[in-house]
Write a protein of this length. Sequence first.
Length: 407
Amino acid sequence: MNAPQSPVRFPFSPRHAMKFGTPVPDMGTGPIPAESVTSAEYFEREREQVFKQAWLQVGRVEEIPNPGDYFTRELHVFKSNIVVVRGKDGVVRAFHNMCTHRGMALATEPCGNTRGFTCEFHGWGFGLDGSLQAVPAIESFPDFDKGKLGLKALACDTWNGFIFVHWNRQPAQSLADFMGQLAKDMDGFPFDKCQHIAHYTARVKANWKLCIDAFQEAYHATYLHRHAIPGAGDLELALPTSVRFYGPHRSVSCWLKTDIQPTPAEAIAYKHGSFGFVKADQGDSRGLNPSGDESWWFDINVFFPNFFCDLGRGWYFTYNFWPVSENDTIWNMNIYQVQADTAGDRLAQEFTRIVLRDTVYEDMSTMEYSQKAFDSGVITEQTIGDTEIAMRHQYWVADEWVNGRRP
């Protein structure tokens, strides 16, 4: 699709068109070569030119509310394990989880609370701010300077409770500048009023971009999710109501089909509950529907390279896609819904948790088959339609970064 100037209409979508809330970059209209999802050499360039040059979301502040609270993350794309910790001063910091003596991991549990980090190998001790504070037999180290051997830090910052890190300790771009207008569009959403209701994870033998593909277009939903989501069999759902592009990031608003009949389980769940994934007519609208669409359902917000934050009224969920290699990805999903005040709200939370679980597992079922096809060399390219414009943008941006041409 080459920079359309007006809303796009198709015969299969008589009730709505796809409009553009921002200028559309010229991304071409041709097929997407399979090399970017099969080549080990291309993936190594992504490691250096994409993942080590972008801010990456790794957690939320609720995970470490108190001084000394920490969690670790295995970031294969960095070939490193990191520890994120709240200091005595309340500041959230991130470090490579390795002793500067001989590389032993300092935090060996996935999360916890500590007064400091002590290496279990030789007893070197580090403060919550990363400073080296204790070295047994320090006299045996000639010309020793503790000030130069603190933990190796990553840049760390937060936005609306989300914790981000950057490989470079002093990145060229601040987190706020990196997130740009997309984050501003989402400001005001009540993230702090939402309760974590589910976490799902899977390791998929597929390229990270192939894994992302299924979650930023609705074309597949009309067939793959025709049983999991009420009304999904209507082809008109394939067309977004609006799309926005913000440099490397993108946002897609999904159309709400208003004439569907709820399943018996859905009807019971939402009879007394205020919010839910397929209950889009109530709740605070701040941070939502930036293009002012009619028959709006929810926004798919994608922060390049690998973080999704999808927002609806009274709920949101996130995806992270962590590459391990050119054909191996760890996928994480976290679901949040407005705090339950009644038993009806709790039932609605449970329905959201289950319907999203069933839906995303259907998505996951497709990815390894696609990867095998591209790895075989029989299928050498992907043919992308206009309903999949966000997918085209993902591949275009990744290729621009890999080749040093950041949009």
